[in-house]
Design a binder for this molecule. Structure first.
Ligand code: NAP
Length: 660
């Protein structure tokens, strides 16, 4: 007997991790219910720092627009030693760290999840999990003892370090117990100087005044070991520790929130058991230093949303889910090691002073700083390859304007061949304007390619030039050496999301079919057909699932002009790449399309002769020649998520030239 399931996924826990996951699942068409034991969202601020990779994830989903302008979180630190996180990726739009109270993050993620269709069941504690083989039965109970059962295909445990999902399922949670404890509080009505990880004689102290006038204090008395607690520490305890370390009195203040945390390090040895998956603190617990715990959890959620949705609505096999563990577990382990090292430097007594000094010296080297900053920012991990995500329209905020404009290709990389000028340059500018890092390829005109890069950077975008003359032996290899080097230097990995095969040669005046020589014919085919084929072939290893390939053809494959026969034949060939590779790459959700411009002003001298332009204009239904941006906008669209359903297509971008 088949069971009609209440939902596809039951997410346990409505913290930031569970809510991001729920929103992502719903955005991909997966029915989701969130179960949360708290009747109301938390009012405490807890974590408040967002790193570059999380900002990318938020930007891609339009969440940054909802959050509004976020204050710069200033330089970061490694174990309390100053570390400028903008060093992670110079020029990255979100390099550094950004401040946003966890309460605000949760409110925005909840709003998004609900708008996208998630159902949130608050005030319900998870009481039982029953794996029925082909589905899960989840038992919840209210404070009054009211029971409710839900059935779903999967359960995602996002219920924090004391995870009930983890306990009920019997996941291992291996690691080390705490050896050091830190106390923290938000206190109103005190006026003490800000401090940043100050190591004083008796301990470590940090004070930060929030915009609302209250102060976050964090204090560790050297050597303090974790106490057995049943709840939050008393305010007296924190007042005494603060006085011992700083000599300052804060006892007259009003405690708004009291908390103790420690350097426990534990990680689930599996992130998936059958139909149950873990994310965030449920999967790993660590000292919440510098916001890394929250960011690691949010990045888990982004990856899990992608994998679960691919499995449930796509053609993903069970391996898709195992890939979640394979991807996130080693990353989690690495982050936990990084945090443990920081905890040692931060909470160690004076016995670690020499080690801190040596570390600080090493951190003066660019390479060391970059490496640590990339690790903290989450940029040393492969990015989650976002499958199409539905977004809910939001009111445009001024703070979000620039980001909204930049968001459509945020987090993407693109290669546009032949982008030193013409249609290629316009395409490179459009893509960079939407947040992509663009490789500007050229053959010989280094200055023109440099100008494309300059124009992009002037507009706040990111690009680099790559030289390779196509049509010669070794051309594609040379192109990819430069491309991969450029990508690795800027992103730490050689991933190419978008390939635009645009470079092409044509004979401006045309050649009568009787006159074309075999050498000329071969040259046209080498540059316009053979090179794009092998560029696609070579790019296959760099393209992630959901990637894009756009081949620039010509209206001349549909519109006869005998003087361009050989050239048109090469364009016919490039269209075959789109047709056949579209089928070949569909399982990876990579789309492959052809765009066919008509006569397009590429800046060559002929477009300065009004009579000739007038004559050419008559070919278009709109009675004008195309501008490079007319074509670039079409190419740009095909590169976005919105064009995910178009593949193997011939897209006429000729202004109606083919209408006759
Ligand atoms: P363009 O202004 O002539 O620029 C050509 C670009 O391709 C330049 O960046 C050039 O680099 C590069 N390139 C040329 N030969 C190359 C080679 N052997 N190896 C590597 N790079 C090479 O081009 P466009 O007019 O914008 O045309 C772009 C694409 O659209 C072409 O595929 C073209 O066939 C197609 N198209 C154009 C029109 C039109 O009316 N413009 C109409 C239909 C189709 P350098 O600057 O270094 O030389």
């Amino acid at each position: 007997m088949s069971v009609t399931l209440d939902t596809d996924v039951v997410v346990v826990g409505a913290g930031p991790v569970g809510l991001l996951l729920a929103g992502d699942l719903c955005a991909r068409g997966v029915r989701t219910v969130v179960v949360e034991q708290l009747a109301e969202p938390m009012t405490e601020s807890r974590a408040s720092t967002l790193h570059a990779r999380t900002m990318e994830v938020f930007a891609e989903r339009g969440i940054l627009d909802r959050l509004g302008e976020l204050p710069d979180g200033g330089p970061g630190h490694f174990g309390g030693i100053r570390l400028d996180l903008t060093a992670a990726v110079p020029g990255h739009p979100y390099a550094g760290q950004w401040k946003c109270a966890q309460t605000r993050i949760e409110a925005v993620l909840q709003e998004r999840a609900v708008e996208l269709g998630a159902r949130i069941r608050r005030g319900r504690r998870l009481a039982g999990l029953d794996d029925r083989g082909d589905h899960m039965r989840v038992e919840t109970v209210t404070a009054e003892g009211g029971k409710e059962w839900l059935t779903g295909a999967f359960v995602a445990g996002c219920d924090g370090w004391q995870s009930t999902v983890r306990r009920l399922t019997g996941f291992d949670f291996v690691g080390q117990d705490a050896t050091r404890e830190m106390l923290r509080a938000d206190v109103a009505g005190i006026d003490i100087p800000n401090r940043r990880f100050e190591r004083l004689r008796d301990g470590l102290a940090t004070a930060y005044r929030w915009p609302d006038g209250s102060t976050r204090v964090m204090v560790h008395v050297f050597g303090a070991t974790p106490r057995t607690r049943t709840g939050a520490p008393g305010f007296d305890e924190i007042v005494a520790a603060w006085a011992q370390v700083t000599g300052e009195r804060i006892g007259h203040g009003e405690p708004l929130w009291l908390n103790a945390f420690d350097n426990t390090r534990r990680q689930a040895s599996q992130y998936r058991r059958g139909r149950i998956l873990l994310a965030g603190d449920a999967a790993h617990v660590q000292l919440p230093v510098g916001g890394q715990a929250l960011n690691l959890g949010l990045q888990d959620a982004a990856e899990l949303g992608e994998r679960l949705a691919a499995h449930l609505v796509g053609q993903g096999e069970v391996e898709t889910l195992d890939a979640y563990h394979a991807q996130r577990h080693p990353l989690g382990a690495r982050t936990l090691t990084n945090i443990q090292a920081q905890a040692f430097l931060l909470l160690g007594g004076h016995e670690v002073d020499a080690l801190r000094e040596t570390f600080a010296e090493l951190m003066r080297f660019d390479g060391v700083r970059t490496r640590l900053a990339r690790a903290i920012s989450g940029l040393d991990a492969p990015r989650t390859r976002a499958a199409p995500l539905a977004t809910v329209s939001t009111s445009t905020t001024t703070a979000g304007d620039r980001r909204a404009r930049m968001d459509r290709l945020a987090n993407k990389t693109a290669l546009v061949t032949g982008s030193s000028r013409g249609i290629g340059r316009a395409t490179a500018l459009r893509m960079a304007g939407q947040g992509a890092l663009v490789a500007v390829h050229y053959a010989s005109d280094e200055n023109a390619a440099g100008e494309t890069v300059r124009l992009i950077e002037q507009d706040g975008g990111r690009a680099f030039a790559v030289q390779a003359e196509l049509g010669r032996p070794g051309d594609v290899h040379e192109l990819f050496l430069g491309l991969e080097r450029g990508l690795k230097e800027r992103t730490g990995e050689a991933v190419l999301d978008i390939l635009v095969n645009n470079a092409g040669e044509q004979t401006a005046a045309g050649v009568a079919p009787e006159d074309i020589t075999p050498e000329h014919f071969d040259r046209l085919f080498a540059v316009n057909a053979k090179a794009p084929f092998f560029i696609v072939q070579r790019a296959l290893a760099l393209l992630p699932d959901g990637g894009r390939i756009i081949n620039i053809s010509s209206g001349l494959t549909r519109f006869a002009n005998p003087e361009q026969t050989a050239y048109a034949m090469t364009k016919g060939a490039i269209e075959q790449i789109s047709l056949h590779f579209a089928r070949h790459l569909a399982p990876r959700r990579i789309t492959v399309n052809s765009v066919a411009p008509g006569i397009t002003n590429n800046g060559s001298p002929v477009f300065d002769i009004p009579e000739v332009v007038e004559q050419m204009a008559q070919l278009s239904a709109f009675k004008r020649v195309g501008e490079a941006v007319d074509v670039a906008d079409v190419v740009m669209f095909l590169a976005t998520d919105e064009a995910r359903w178009i593949t193997g297509a011939f897209v006429d971008a000729s202004g109606g030239t083919l209408l006759g």
